[in-house]
Ligand binder design. Structure first.
Ligand code: UDP
Length: 371
């Protein structure tokens, strides 16, 4: 049997691409090396709670086309991400906003907060931020950098903030208003029923084969289709022949606790350097309101996240988008562009710190070009 497309990886990029090409009348086969679909947005039911097994995912976007698209496959709840930062037992609101500034400095008005940030930025002598540390200080001053950013970032990335790109910290809003919504997004929520169900709906009617490692069976599998959509790591595709790209991996310690409420919030970030985990996720709060509904479940499931440098055998999660890896990626991209029948897509295929909405937008665009 001959397919038009072989989609390698059933994560968000692969599922959207497969849906689009199937709807365009093409014959598509999706394969995945894991025993389940949905890549890193896979959710697993534990004690009636959808556990984000490969890390917490909160859908947020400003792109109406993408929002309308995902709403075809799931109903979204009204979850709004508002993580809490725990610095040695002191709790701060995130993202950085008037509640955070009040807790840090006792300031009450936006003018006072702004003056405090300006004063600290000036004392640090930063005019043109060249790395994450300088960018952070110029956005929120040294106190917040020291307590809420430095430790967390160095645990998360395993590198000093002076060696990390400034764009990483620009993901977070800074507001002189009282607003704990982590995202500047018009649309936000969690799919009711879990992400796995959403991806299953996207793949409805499409042939999916699980437990198949593409790279180990490449020759045989390539014969099945005219084109390949590859969503795995681009350096792995080329047998790491130019050397490995760097990734961060995450290890999750997941526990079922015999209590209805462990931390009162979906995400608590541990921003000091000493606590070995970066954050604790309490999964039930993604899906259940903090009212009777959530508390009525007698148990709760939590995951501690430990960040580490990726090594062969680990799951890659975050590309390390610094200058050195950026240059190496460009070399791999040249090799990729020369593979005329292969599209490289998604966080790993494009070595890019994509959010889910950007992955979908990119898959829709590439699928549109194929028609
Ligand atoms: N960050 C931080 N302190 C926090 C949360 C985030 O310094 O409490 C920084 C850190 O460098 C992190 C980046 O902001 O890598 C982006 O955070 P985000 O929550 O967007 O990361 P993700 O959820 O993708 O891991």
């Amino acid at each position: 049997m001959k397919y038009d497309y072989l989609v390698v990886g059933s994560g968000l990029y692969g599922a959207v691409f497969a849906r689009e090409m199937t709807d365009a009348g093409k014959k598509v086969l999706v394969i995945d090396k894991r025993p389940n679909i949905a890549g890193n947005i896979y959710t697993e039911d534990i004690e009636g709670i959808h556990v984000h097994k490969y890390g917490a995912h909160i859908f947020h976007t400003n792109n109406k086309t993408v929002w309308d698209y995902v709403n075809r496959f799931a109903v979204f709840n009204r979850f709004t991400n508002s993580p809490v930062a725990n610095y040695k037992g002191e709790l701060f609101s995130l993202p950085f906003n008037m509640y955070t500034f009040n807790r840090m400095w006792g300031v009450v008005t936006p003018q006072e907060a702004e003056a405090k940030i300006e004063e600290q930025k000036k004392a640090a002598g930063i005019t043109n931020p060249r790395n994450l540390e300088e960018q952070a200080i110029s956005l929120v001053g040294t106190d917040i950098y020291e307590k809420l950013i430095k430790g967390y970032t160095e645990k998360q990335w395993g590198r000093p903030c002076t060696e990390l790109p400034a764009f990483i910290i620009k993901r977070l809003p800074v507001r002189l208003t009282f607003d704990n919504n982590y995202f500047n997004a018009l649309y936000q929520g969690i799919p009711i029923g879990g992400y796995t169900q959403m991806v299953a709906n996207m793949l409805d009617g499409i042939e999916v084969r699980l437990g198949i490692d593409y790279l180990e069976n490449k020759e045989k599998l390539d014969k099945l289709a005219d084109k390949v959509i590859y969503t795995g790591p681009i350096d792995a595709y080329f047998g790491y022949k130019l050397g490995p790209l760097q990734y961060r991996s995450v290890r999750f310690e997941t526990e079922v606790l015999d209590m209805p409420n462990f931390q009162g919030n979906a995400a608590v970030n541990y921003t000091d350097r000493e606590t070995p985990w970066t954050r604790i996720i309490e999964h039930k709060w993604f899906e259940f309101g903090k009212d009777a509904q959530g508390n009525d479940l007698p148990k709760t499931v939590i995951s501690r996240e430990y960040s580490s440098e990726w090594k062969p055998g680990d799951e890659p999660y975050y590309p390390v988008n610094d200058a050195q890896n950026g240059a190496l990626y460009q070399e791999y991209k040249k090799l990729g562009d020369a593979e005329k029948n292969v599209v490289f897509g998604g966080r790993l295929g494009e070595y890019k710190y994509y959010d889910m909405d950007a992955v979908i937008a990119s898959a829709l665009e590439r699928a549109g070009e194929q028609r």
